[in-house]
Design a protein around this ligand. Structure first.
Ligand code: SAM
Length: 354
C-alpha cells in the first residue's frame, strides 16, 4: 500500500483535511504522489486512464495546423517556441513535430515542461529524434522562461490541479473534507470561491456546487507572462462556470480504467481530476492580456480546423490496419458521447505589446 495513507493519519488526528489538500498529496507528494512516482501508471499492467493521445495522432496533427496559422499571423518569425506545460510522456509534442514540414518546421522549437519523473523518462524516448537535432528540449518547472513568440498549449493540465469541492446547502456553503471516519461535507467560509460561484448564476439552488482551484491564477500568470505574442490553447475536461455549478461538479478518481467519486481512496495509486472552470480560466487569461478568448467542444474544434475530407482521402492509401486506426481515432474525437464531446478546447490570442 502507498505510504500516503499512513502519512495522512497524524494530520487527520488533528482535524478534518480539505479535499483539495488530499488531492495535492495524492498527486504531488514529492516521493509518493501519483505524478511524482518513479514508475509510470501506463505500463501494460497498470494503466489507469487514456488520453486523446493514446488514440492516435489526430489531436497533434490538428494542433500543428493551429500553430502554423499562429506562426503565419505573427509574420513567420524565425523562431516559434511551443511550450507545453503538463506535457507528460511528450506524445502530443511528438505528434506535433511529426506533423509539421517546410519553413514552419524549421522555426518550431518544442519545449516540454513537466516534473513528473516517470513521464519525463517516457518523453525522452518519444522525443529522442527531435531532442538530438534541437527541435525539442526539456524545461524544468522551476526554470524561469525567457520571453518568446509562439504558443503555450496543454492537454489535461488544468484538470490535474488540486481543487476544492463546494456545495450550497440552501443556506450556507459546505466543503468536502476527509476525517478519520471518512469523507464529509462541513460548513466553512468559501471566501473568494463563494463570491465567484454566486456571480455565475441567477440564483443558487440547494445542491448547486463546483470546484475551486486555488493554484489556477498563479499557474496562468506564470505561463502567460513569458508569451510575448501568440496563441494560448488548452484542451481539458470541464465546462463553463454556470454548468459546473448546476451539475454540482466534484472530484473524480480514475483507476484501472474505472472512474468514481472515491477521491480519498488509493492515494498515490490513482489519478484524481477536477473539472476545469473554463469561464474562470478565460477570465484569468484576459487579466494576463489575452483576447479573442473562446472555448468549444473538442469534436467541434477538430471538425472546424482539420481538413478531414482531404485527410480521409490520404488515409485510403494507408495499409488497412493503419487506415482503421486513423478512422477509429477520428470517430473517438468527433462522434457524440465519445471523448471529443467530453473535452473542450480553449483558445486565446496575445498581441505583441509593441
Ligand atoms: C493528466 S496528466 C496529462 C499528461 C499529458 N498532457 C497527457 O495528456 O497524457 C497531467 C500532468 O500535468 C503535470 N503538471 C501538473 N502541474 C504542473 C505544472 N504546474 N507545470 C507543469 N506540469 C504540471 C503533472 O505532472 C502530470 O504529468
Amino acid at each position: 500500500m502507498n505510504p500516503l495513507h499512513d502519512l495522512l493519519q497524524p494530520r487527520l488526528a488533528q482535524g478534518p483535511v480539505p479535499a483539495s489538500e488530499v488531492m495535492a498529496l495524492g498527486l504531488y507528494h514529492p516521493e509518493h504522489g501519483y505524478y511524482r512516482r518513479p514508475e509510470g501508471p501506463w505500463g501494460f499492467a497498470g494503466k489507469d486512464y487514456y488520453t486523446a493521445l493514446d488514440l492516435g495522432p489526430l489531436l497533434g496533427q490538428t494542433l500543428a495546423l493551429r500553430l502554423e496559422a499562429a506562426w503565419e499571423r505573427l509574420g513567420r518569425p524565425a523562431r516559434f517556441t511551443a511550450l507545453e506545460p503538463g506535457a507528460g510522456r511528450g506524445w502530443l509534442g511528438r505528434d506535433l513535430l511529426n506533423a509539421v514540414s517546410g519553413p514552419f518546421a524549421k522555426a518550431l522549437v518544442y519545449v516540454h515542461r513537466d516534473d513528473n519523473p516517470a513521464a519525463k523518462r517516457a518523453a525522452e524516448s518519444a522525443l529522442a529524434p527531435f531532442l538530438a537535432v534541437h527541435r525539442a528540449r526539456f524545461a524544468a518547472e522551476s526554470e524561469a522562461l525567457e520571453p518568446f513568440l509562439g504558443a503555450v498549449f496543454s492537454n489535461e493540465l488544468f484538470d490535474a490541479l488540486p481543487a476544492q469541492p463546494w456545495r450550497w446547502d440552501g443556506t450556507r456553503w459546505i466543503r468536502e473534507v476527509l476525517t478519520e471516519a471518512g469523507p464529509e461535507w462541513q460548513a466553512a467560509d468559501p471566501g473568494e470561491a463563494g463570491a465567484w460561484f454566486a456571480g455565475q448564476t441567477d440564483g443558487l439552488e440547494p445542491q448547486d456546487g463546483s470546484v475551486w482551484c486555488e493554484g489556477l491564477p498563479g499557474l496562468v500568470q506564470s505561463l502567460a507572462a513569458p508569451l510575448q505574442a501568440g496563441l494560448f490553447l488548452a484542451v481539458d475536461y470541464g465546462e463553463s462556470a454556470d454548468r459546473l455549478l448546476a451539475k454540482g461538479a466534484d472530484l473524480r478518481r480514475f483507476k484501472a480504467h474505472g472512474v468514481d467519486g472515491k477521491w480519498h481512496e488509493d492515494l498515490g495509486e490513482a489519478d484524481l481530476t477536477a473539472d476545469v472552470d473554463f469561464t474562470r480560466l478565460s477570465r484569468l487569461l484576459e487579466g494576463e492580456g489575452l483576447s479573442e478568448l473562446g472555448h468549444v467542444e473538442l469534436s467541434k474544434w477538430i471538425r472546424t480546423h482539420a481538413p478531414l475530407d482531404r485527410w480521409g482521402g490520404e488515409w485510403m492509401g494507408l495499409p488497412e490496419a493503419e487506415r482503421k486506426a486513423r478512422t477509429e481515432n477520428l470517430l473517438q474525437l468527433t462522434l457524440p458521447n465519445m471523448m471529443g464531446s467530453r473535452f473542450r478546447v480553449l483558445e486565446g490570442w496575445k498581441e505583441s505589446s509593441h
